[in-house]
Design a protein around this ligand. Sequence first.
Ligand code: 5GP
Length: 179
Amino acid sequence: MMAVLDRPHELILSESQIEEKVRELGSEITNDYFDKTPIIVGILKGSVTFLADLIRSIDLRLSIDFIAVSSYGSEMKSSEVVKILHDMGTSIQGRDVLLVEDIVDTGLTLAYVVENLSIKHPKSLKICALLDKKEARKPGIELKIDYVGFEVPNKFLVGYGLDYDEYYRNLPFVAAISE
Ligand code: 5GP
């Protein structure tokens, strides 16, 4: 059965493009962390699909955890205020943390999460984002994204974890939709 996107859309990334990129990122991370036991932290809910595929491409002893932050709700616009709705169950003190995010847009979410995690004294903190909407970055937000899958246009995207009103997360591809 094929998940359906039942509205006008433009295909941005196909399932096979994503698969190939996830494998590449996985082997890069495997090499970079070869002597480490990282904790992979996903930002709910959008990163779930990416994280699930990514960790199966990482050949290391690792653990996973999740944090939830306030999101767009049913809107297509980024909210300015970020809140932690659910925190991790594991201590990250002295751990090598790899934050996994579906997409970086204004950068506000990640900037907030990075600040929040840094004060918990991880040994290292790196970021892996599947998609980067570089042109949407809010001025003044400096974010170093250590692993980026694809740079994508400044459009509203759904699929592969990304939702519109909580739907379409299960699409195996990424597409742009309009209101
Ligand atoms: P930022 O804080 O960088 O503006 O936004 C990051 C979060 O906004 C992402 O984790 C994602 O949940 C959401 N987001 C940003 N752009 C899009 C998009 O094009 N489509 C969807 N569905 N969510 C997005």
